[in-house]
Design a protein around this ligand. Sequence first.
Ligand SMILES: [Fe+2]
Length: 135
Amino acid sequence: MFSNKSSNGQAWHQDCNPENQEIYNLNRLVYTMDINKLTGGELVLIPGSHKKGIIPSDSFGNEIGHEVIIEPNKGSLAILHGHLWHKVLPIHDNIRVSTNYRCIPSGTPDNITDICVYRNMMYRFSDEKILTTRD
Ligand SMILES: [Fe+2]
């Protein structure tokens, strides 16, 4: 994944719909550069949130759980459950690069990550369509 310098990062989201706890993907994020406070683009997540269902909508407020900020070094591997609540902080004065190898358990639909859940909407990437807005 490539992000331009001075870009916004990523809002809180889940990589796939948590409606069915048995259907999910895993993201294997390999960091090919250091990510830290100086570069921006830190990974923020709420441990255990992959078991809590859909991420709260914006109306819930900003405190959705005890967040942990990850500053991966070059060569680090992060493995994230597709239902995990996570975001990427704004990127500062340089590009940000990570490599994402997604995998799925046997029997999981190949398009499991086509629909992403944000706090304000559900979005389908294949046709760039907002499926639902959330209050
Ligand atoms: Fe993600």
